[in-house]
Design a protein around this ligand. Structure first.
Ligand code: AMP
Length: 278
């Protein structure tokens, strides 16, 4: 496994691989990230992972400085997962003085996470575009955990004719259903217990949808009611939205809907989602 900091050295190393999968991350890796790495390795024969805590995707009041970091542990996990290349640039390498270009993906970035975190998806799309240009992957792997991000990246690739395939992988969960996330490390013991309510709320919506409920508002209400059973949870949004446009649905069509939510437990902001009717 080669760990590379500069763009020139990465390009030189990349030229050895006819097919290469890419897994972009902001580090502090867990089994969710590793499931993407293993799939990329299996499908492409070689895998590159980027570890870059991208400052431009964090808002002014967000956790950029405090975001958990452990490069030594991350590299050890990646070595065990047979990673070929790890790209670990510094902010000065990604954003040299004078950098002043950004990628705006349009209306799918202004709702849900984008409404609560203005500028977040511009930061994500710009850095992922740069990573695609540097790494030139055959395929790039993203987790369903960040559902809106998968929609934004898929749209960027299509709209800008980027020559690669986007692969979306299932959300990996803890035993009680909590979606794995680097931010789960912020949770105190009682908060960690409370956090399982997100999965319960999604399961309640899944059950109601499976029983034939097609009203978007009724399904949102089921999620709100389940979330309300956990006093530590403060709901930011619950959504039943179209899977492509992310517009809120009055009624769920035959091809399903994206059920998603953001909930604060103490100081920690958690997101989760499922596709209804998948
Ligand atoms: P992050 O480091 O949080 O930016 O995540 C890097 C990639 O891993 C993104 O594509 C995430 O969607 C994905 N990912 C994060 N958590 C999970 C999870 N629990 N299951 C599957 N993929 C995940």
């Amino acid at each position: 496994m080669q760990v590379i900091e500069t763009i020139a050295a990465f390009r030189a190393a990349r030229s050895r691989y006819p097919r290469l999968g890419l897994v972009p991350t902001i580090g502090f890796l867990h089994e969710g990230h590793l499931s993407l790495v293993r799939r990329a390795k299996q499908e492409c024969g070689a895998v590159a992972v980027s570890i870059f805590v991208n400052p431009t995707q964090f808002g002014a009041n967000e956790d950029f400085t405090g975001y958990p970091r452990n490069m030594e542990r991350d590299l050890s996990l990646l070595r065990d997962a047979q990673t070929d290349l790890v790209f670990t640039p510094t902010p000065a390498i990604v954003y040299p003085p004078g950098h002043d270009t950004g990628v705006e993906v349009g209306s799918v970035t202004s709702v849900l996470e984008g409404a609560v975190r203005p500028g977040h998806f511009r930061g994500v799309a710009t850095v992922v575009c740069k990573l695609f240009n540097i790494v030139q992957p055959t395929r790039a792997y993203f987790g369903q955990k960040d559902a809106q991000q998968t929609i934004v990246i898929t749209k960027m690739v299509r709209d800008l004719d980027m020559p690669l395939e986007v692969v979306i992988c299932p959300t990996v969960r803890e035993a009680d259903g909590l979606a794995m996330s680097s931010r789960n490390s912020y949770l105190k013991v009682d908060e960690r217990h409370a956090a399982a309510v997100l999965r319960r709320a999604l399961a309640a919506a899944e059950a109601r949808h499976a029983a034939g409920e097609r009203s978007g508002e009724a399904l949102r209400q089921v999620m709100r009611e389940t979330l309300a059973t956990e006093p530590m949870g403060v709901v930011e949004y619950v959504s039943i939205a179209d899977r492509q446009s992310l517009t809120e649905l009055d009624s769920v069509a035959a091809d399903g809907a994206l059920a998603s939510m953001a909930v604060r437990i103490g100081k920690t902001r958690l997101i989760d989602n499922v596709i209804l009717g998948a």
